[in-house]
Design a protein around this ligand. Sequence first.
Ligand code: NAD
Length: 297
Amino acid sequence: MDRNVGFIGLGIMGKPMALNLIKAGYSLTIFDLNQDAVQRVVSAGAAAAGSPREVAEKSEVIITMLPASQHVKSVILGENGVLKGVKKNAVIIDMSSITPDVSREIAVKAAKKGAAMLDAPVSGGEPKAIDGTLAIMVGGREDVFESVSSIFHAVGKDITLVGDNGCGVTAKLANQIIVNLNIAAMSEALVLAAKAGIDIEKMYQAIRSGLAGSAVLDAKVPMILDRNFTAGGSIAINMKDITNVMDTAHEIGVPLPLSSQLLEIFHALKVDGKINDDHGSIVRYYEKLANIEVKKA
Ligand code: NAD
């Protein structure tokens, strides 16, 4: 297995993932529009390329970790994009969270160039990207999945081939419904408890090991009590995912009443100037409705 890996998209998630690949011994060729991010990864040992095409020309495996469908399309399919320089038998791994339709379209176009494609979005946020313990949900051919297994293990821990192309990003849409509706349910409960005047920290300790306990509760309650809304996963990124959820659901005939309300909550938070804050900010929507703040006793 060749160890020349290309990496495009060095943001909150991509940068620590690229650094973990360097730590694992891969030689990386990188590209991002943000030169500060490029310099940080170059100083850890990567080589900078001038375009996605140049990344592809120098790599056997090309990873993309970009914000949304339109960015992945332009980086892979666009002028000076990955497919302009991709080698035969190369593997493109898109680890961004995008729509199943766009992901499958890219897989078909990559196949015409003799390259294979995996969709491999992640869950776990910045802390697990830094630790190299991301959960990775993969769509694509099993032999291709096996051929890049050591790359996945350099950035993740629970790595599952869900099915064919598009299945990874579909699993991620389901993941985003569960995570964000959990935050909304938790927010309703916290605001109720705060307005009723009980000690939120004690309530959290009382319920966290029962059926209400969850990874969401453990990640977000301490942040909310510290009034720390620095993103991790921003409202912008999660609103993009829930928009993709609704579009995909309606295309295949699935009504999602709770997710559609959640999307409106995200729009309200955007209007309220919170688009770049952590999605734990969902609590601030409920706080405004009830005119109360969730804080330490
Ligand atoms: P980010 O906005 O921090 O980073 C995106 C990077 O892509 C930036 O460095 C940006 O400069 C670069 N970029 C954008 N357009 C580009 C282009 N045309 N060419 C080259 N570089 C370009 O986003 P992120 O938080 O790292 O998220 C990346 C993906 O991972 C998203 O699809 C997101 O939904 C998903 N995700 C994020 C989290 C999270 O907690 N942040 C968790 C799981 C999954």
